[in-house]
Design a protein around this ligand. Sequence first.
Ligand SMILES: [Zn+2]
Length: 321
Amino acid sequence: MKKTGLIALFCLLSLKSFCWGFFGHQRINYYSVFLLPPEMMVLFKANVLFLSDHSVDPDKRRYAIKEEGPRHYIDIDRYGTHPYPALPRKWEDAIKKYGEDTILANGIVPWHIQVMQGRLTAAFKEKNQAKILKYAAEIGHYIADSHVPLHASGNHDGQLTNQKGIHGFWESRVPEMLAEKTFDFMIGKAKYIDNIPGYVWDRVLESGASADTVLRFEAELSKQFTTDRKYGFEERNGKITRQYSSDFTAAYNTKLNGMVERRMRLSILSVASFWYTAWVNAGQPNLKNLNNVAFSQEDLLEFEQLNTDWKTGQFKGREHN
Ligand SMILES: [Zn+2]
């Protein structure tokens, strides 16, 4: 027992970095399940561990293919100023105006969520259990990423303002230290989303609008902390590494007045609401009675390949986005 625990702990510590952190994405998909109606719970609760484990597949895929990177962010401030009227919300119009290369370089999360919602809805219509679970787990990732302020900013890791590391600080260090102990995850029920594109863009605009606060507050707080109080040393991956100190993390969270918790709670509500909306739009199929209940050999190979690429591959595209 002890040995298994130690191995599990070692695996946990040796994971490479993720958006929202390994911890955040898994928790978001996990808690989302409990906002669903009973007709959906029969499938989703029974597979809650799959849904939380596979919430990080899109990040693993970033070690396999370069096309994956842009699906996780949008540097929306490259398109003018809030609320970015110059940027067409429709994919075809955006491509026509800026060209596909520019749109891809600046990130495509709002459009990719809509593509994934189409796939999930089709999977419900087909009553294909394997696809429903796979797409539900993955869309949860992209939706959660779109709620992170620095996923909607060109200064995505404070690289332009000498604040490198702030990306992981906001989305990993703060929730890992505080979520389980202090965040409230009683959220209510999934809601039907009438206007999917409108909903997606609203969340992305909110994220983009908060990025300035995320950066500014860290800079202000840094002036009140000496370097040796701002950072501490902790063991990670079997190595002693420099980390934002507990005091600095707690002070930042207080200064943000609960922003990380609010975005995490809204991510959970959004993920559950997209799942619920896809199911309703597919005609509310009975989830007790589905096809393709087991994953195909192809699916299993893909999961295995994702793990191999992620453990041994090189990150493709930019880190921290
Ligand atoms: Zn991501």
